[in-house]
Unconditional design. Structure first.
Length: 138
């Protein structure tokens, strides 16, 4: 549909620099394949700790679950909107452990370097993950 609108605008003499898009996607086409050693342990689960709204919860999460999905599965009222790495509503700071962020259309490089992630797009790659929504302004 966007291409039809784009073509219609061009047909009506609108210049390319005046035509802009907002892209929304719920897929994860860029998700990297997990190393075999991790894939073998997907169902074992890892310890997770989440801080939100001044409280901290501990639970076990699946390795193939996003940080956001794990928080929601454990009855946390974690913030989200697009679930596609676009809006940054799900932003949190990883305090311990490593994650793979499979898509990022919202955070600046300096935010990622500071440990901020889009929890809807992050999957654990370490044996423990600790993340904090409060430090991201929630
Ligand atoms: S919910 Fe929009 S970027 Fe995660």
């Amino acid at each position: 549909m966007m291409r039809v609108v784009e073509q219609s605008l061009k047909d009506h003499n609108q210049s390319d620099d005046k035509i802009r898009f907002e892209l929304f996607d719920s897929g994860q086409p860029g998700r990297a394949k997990q190393p075999a050693s991790i894939s073998d342990q997907v169902n074992k689960g890892i310890p997770a700790q989440v801080t939100l709204g001044g409280g901290t919860r501990n639970f076990v999460m699946k390795r193939d679950s996003s940080l956001l999905a794990a928080a929601l599965d454990n009855a946390l009222d974690a913030p989200y909107a697009c679930r596609a790495g676009v809006c940054s509503t799900c932003k949190a700071k990883v305090l311990d452990g490593e994650v793979e962020m499979v898509a990022n259309h919202a955070l600046e490089d300096y935010e990622v370097e500071a440990g901020y992630v889009l929890t809807c797009q992050c999957y654990p790659v370490s044996d423990k993950v600790v993340w904090d929504y409060d430090q991201a302004g929630h």
